[in-house]
Design a binder for this molecule. Sequence first.
Ligand SMILES: Cc1cc2nc3c(=O)[nH]c(=O)nc-3n(C[C@H](O)[C@H](O)[C@H](O)COP(=O)(O)OP(=O)(O)OC[C@H]3O[C@@H](n4cnc5c(N)ncnc54)[C@H](O)[C@@H]3O)c2cc1C
Length: 355
Amino acid sequence: MNTQRVLVVGGGIIGLAGAFRLALEGHHVTVLDPSVGHGATWAAAGMIAPSAEIAPGELSNYRLQRQALGAWRELSERLEDVTGHGVSIHEAGTLLSGWDAGDRRLVEQFAQLAEEFDAPMHRVTRHDSPEVFEGLSPRMTHGLVMEDDAWLDPDEAVERLRTGLRALGADLVAEAAEHIGVDAAGVVAETSSQTLRADVGLLATGSTPLPTGAAPSGANVVRPVRGVTVRVRGFDRSDQPMIRAFVRGRAFYMVSRPSGYCVLGATSDERSELAIEVGELQRLLRDGLDVVPALETASVSEIRYGLRPASADLRPFFETIKPPGWAWVSGHYRHGVTLAPLAAREVADFVGARG
Ligand SMILES: Cc1cc2nc3c(=O)[nH]c(=O)nc-3n(C[C@H](O)[C@H](O)[C@H](O)COP(=O)(O)OP(=O)(O)OC[C@H]3O[C@@H](n4cnc5c(N)ncnc54)[C@H](O)[C@@H]3O)c2cc1C
């Protein structure tokens, strides 16, 4: 095969998944990132939940995400081949419910849209399926189960990908690319201490401004959409669907892991300051407690934040940019964990077609 040397700038879930696939296909890969897995990926709940994420006007996005679960299973198998450990994928489904009368109307509107999208789902009641409502407010008596939603732990996925990359002989350089370019020998990335060279370069930098020297066409732009997740310990409903609720018109979710670790989310703000405001935290916890009163005695173990990379049309993009030999992949917004193995295929097709 046509083996290339590839520089991947950015070790979030998109860069790592792409790098792993490239290394698996025999390319010589170098990943540059001063803090692998600590961008938006760090904050993500890890839901692969195309059905619960249905939104008006996002049918094509939904269809793309529906392919993601199979792609994750395949990626996990490859990781297992290489490292002996795959990524645990929990096909739990999502329970969607509403907290007050207005929220229940939102659930009904959602059900109509989900029907139009042909999403696999069924209705449940507390009366018939009390276990599905375990830990939830007694006000919540009806809901929809979105059947083929799943979740994984992004920390585990990052660790497995990192291990897989090392096992395949890839280099991980803990530095930022400050400037990118091209010379007679190929593409060039300059860090504060060295110059790295390869045949092909890939920018997978999430919502971070691109290194100097990168000149995209202007057709794609990314803006940061900040989000916070709170992680608590002490309540386990991991044998039941994930929870998604409308509460006073806001959206709330909870992913419960078998260890009693729950991820509560998520705020969404069109800004980039990485600071957590008391008010947004209070709203998130209040919504959480209203929906899941059983969280009352759980202990807060961590609060994480990240900047979702959002494009103008909220769809991911892959663009070849100047200087020649470089490409830019971003815009995965709320769905980067979900879409990572599909982005990886696109990256591998691009590199494989060169040379
Ligand atoms: C609160 C929250 C919850 C979320 N929940 C989910 C979810 O449940 N499911 C889901 O599918 N998605 C979720 N997302 C979205 C998902 O996290 C993002 O879409 C995804 O992480 C984007 O991945 P990325 O690799 O493009 O960017 P990032 O994860 O931000 O990674 C970019 C990386 O590039 C590095 N970098 C930047 N510039 C340079 C440079 N010049 N040189 C070297 N390295 C550089 C950074 O250090 C960083 O590690 C959530 C996001 C947030 C914020």
